[in-house]
Design a protein around this ligand. Structure first.
Ligand code: GDP
Ligand code: MG
Ligand code: K
Length: 300
């Protein structure tokens, strides 16, 4: 926190949008760090993540909501929907991310959840790098503008880092005057353990793609610094024996690759030598059980 002065601003920013529009990619670019995992598969963001960006007098605290999507009977999806709605209640600005090339029923659903919000909603029209003709953008923007009274409409590309700065400027204009809630050098409220687990989960998702649904959880069993090296043991929980085989791969090759890639990221993130050990265990039906979710720390 800094002493109160008139230009000091601070507030919460929710990034919302259906799965796969680029919310995590955007957050990662804004923060310049790998805090929120991204992949081609929807629903990879299970937790509500705070990423803190302080620039001079402005501190923006970003909440990356899990993808909003149709109700599904499984406990995991119920949890994700609750988390998504809860995230919107106490924010100062909402960034609604959509894909420039199609508006879907899922976008409509997210828009409906924004109906009663009184805070400004900025529409971020993402993936404009995929536009073949620039002139096709204008009619799309006009069509989107008619859907709600947006505070700003900003075409951008999270992936190619196009127009992200104007988006951040728009966000900071809508943040209230306030002292900063976090120290200016803090980038997340998440523990290093949490970040370690997210890194492992990202590598699994990237390696396995469509072979594995979102039925993988990672628990950090050991996180210990011995003065020279950071020792991390992570338990990978899957739902079925067959999934365990897939994660481990032929002669352990896949698990080894997941470990190598995760360790490289961890050494960058934690700025030092990391010794990483991975275990795979079958925990039957964990995605179906509310109790199991609670034991994994995923409850609201
Ligand atoms: P989320 O589910 O909304 O968090 O979406 P992600 O950030 O995980 O992104 C989903 C996919 O879209 C990934 O393959 C990203 O690389 C891709 N993506 C995100 N932003 C852009 C963009 O601006 N342009 C293009 N071409 N792809 C993007
Ligand atoms: Mg995401
Ligand atoms: K995703």
């Amino acid at each position: 926190t800094r002493p109160e002065n008139t230009d000091s601003r601070c507030g919460f920013v929710a990034i919302v949008g259906r799965p796969n529009v680029g919310k995590s990619t955007l957050l990662n670019h804004i923060l310049g760090q790998k805090l929120s995992i991204t992949s081609r598969k929807p629903q990879t963001t299970r937790h509500q993540i705070l990423g803190i960006k302080t620039e001079g007098p402005v501190q923006a605290i970003y909440v990356d909501t899990p993808g909003m999507h149709e109700e599904e009977p499984r406990a995991l999806n119920r949890y994700m929907n609750r988390a998504a709605s809860a995230a919107l209640k106490h924010v100062d600005v909402v960034v609604f991310v959509v894909d420039r090339h199609h508006w879907t029923p899922a976008d409509e659903m997210v828009l409906n959840k924004l109906t009663h919000l009184t805070c400004p909603v900025i529409l971020a029209v993402n993936k404009v790098d995929k536009l073949e003709k620039r002139e096709t953008l204008l009619p799309v923007l006009e069509e989107l503008a008619a859907k709600r009274d947006f505070a700003e409409i900003i075409p951008m590309s999270a992936l190619k880092d196009q127009n992200i700065e104007p988006l951040e400027e728009a966000v900071s204009r809508f943040l209230p005057e306030s002292v900063h809630f976090y120290p200016d050098d803090q980038i997340t409220d998440r523990s290093e353990r949490f970040v370690a687990a997210e890194i492992v989960r990202e590598k699994i998702t990237r390696q396995l793609g469509a072979e594995l649904p979102y039925s993988v959880a990672v628990e950090i069993e050991e996180f210990r610094h011995d003065g020279k090296t950071l020792h991390i043991s992570a338990l990978i929980l899957v739902e079925r024996e067959g999934q365990k085989k897939i994660v481990i791969g032929d002669k352990g090759e896949r698990l080894r690759r997941i470990g190598q890639e995760a360790r490289a990221d961890m050494e960058r993130m934690f700025d030092g030598k990391v010794m990483l050990r991975l275990w795979v265990k079958v925990k039957r039906g964990w995605a179906d059980s509310d109790r199991a979710l609670k034991s994994l720390g995923m409850h609201d």
